[in-house]
Design a binder for this molecule. Structure first.
Ligand code: SF4
Length: 317
């Protein structure tokens, strides 16, 4: 197609978007482990929920498995950014495996809070999504029965607890800020003495990406979120855009874009989940530029400068 006849499309690109400090750190840990120990390095679970990232690390010598039993003796293993139940490092030690923990420090913080609350005799109500590895990891920090999962306001209404006056709550780091506020209101209404260690534990990256997509959603005809279908924070970005009344779609790569979606779209919003690298945003913009005269504008709602330290031992690698 001749450039002169391309229709125009305006792109509003949300900022912040894409990689957060926890994802950056987790990927770096795998790369440094391969450098230091040589390939292969085993990784329990997808290091972060993004196929592009996982495939890139596989090409460098990482092998991804779901359980420790799949890791042969004598090779290092990395635990993913989502965190693991306590039983996992314990089993690694038992087998004499050397492991590196890429759990995001903000997830580890929730783990320590859970331990402290249970040690203080509190029963924990955990707001999160059943089956997500972060939830499994956090539940695995405390004895079975000391934590109860709720996902919705309806779950709160159905709750039965051992002692209504001895409760505390914690949350998954990648929830919807608005949905969580509603669940918290319901919890506080039903259990006025529930202890809140923090307002909630939704992390800075999740909050910032939701605020950023909200800022563009009202001004565009469609929002595309780059992220994986199993990425909690990416799914929440779709919901936040839709809540603003704008259709939104999750895609993993530019190749998944169906140009039929863009019929009648003059202004397109783009963002990326915390586990999606910027290269995938550029790939999407390039694909759009094949058919459209693209006018890009970044809409920045805040600037992030957070970086997490690497685990001891790897820093000097
Ligand atoms: Fe850590 Fe938040 Fe990134 Fe998850 S989304 S890895 S909790 S900074």
């Amino acid at each position: 197609m001749n450039d002169a006849v391309k229709p125009m499309i305006e792109l509003l690109i949300a900022a912040p978007r894409g990689f957060c400090a926890g994802v950056d750190r987790a990927i770096r840990i795998v790369e440094l482990a391969i450098e230091r120990y040589g390939a292969p390095v085993y990784v329990r679970h997808e290091i972060v929920h993004n196929k592009f990232v996982v495939d890139t690390l596989k090409a460098q010598g990482a092998i991804f498995v779901e359980e420790l039993d799949q890791v042969p003796d004598g090779v290092p293993v990395v635990f993913s950014a989502h965190g693991v139940p306590k039983a996992v490092p314990a089993k690694a030690v038992q087998r004499g495996l050397s492991y590196l923990d890429a759990t995001c420090p903000l997830v580890s913080k929730v783990h320590r809070q859970a331990e402290r609350l249970v040690a203080a005799g509190r029963h924990i109500i955990f707001i999160g999504h059943a089956g997500h590895p972060e939830v499994i990891g956090t539940f695995g920090q405390v004895p079975e029965g000391d934590m109860t999962l709720v996902e919705t306001v309806e779950d709160v209404a159905r709750l039965t607890v051992p002692d209504p006056d001895n409760l505390a709550f914690l949350t998954q780091t990648t929830l919807s800020v608005e949905d969580t506020a509603a669940v918290l209101d319901a919890l506080r209404a039903r259990f006025p003495t529930i202890v809140a260690p923090h307002a909630d534990d939704i992390c800075y990256a999740t909050t910032n990406r939701q605020t950023a997509v909200k800022a563009i959603a009202g001004s565009v005809d469609l929002v595309l979120v780059i992220g994986a279908p199993n990425s909690s924070n990416s799914l929440r970005l779709v919901e936040v855009a839709e809540r603003e009344g704008t259709p939104a779609r999750l895609i993993q790569r530019a190749a998944e874009l169906d140009f039929d979606w863009l019929a009648g779209v003059g202004s397109l919003g783009i963002t990326a989940g915390a586990s999606a690298p910027e290269i995938l945003v550029r790939e999407l913009v390039d694909r759009l530029a094949e058919r459209f005269d693209v006018v890009e504008r970044e809409v920045e709602t805040t600037r992030e400068s957070i970086a997490f330290k690497l685990p001891r031992g790897l820093e000097a690698a």
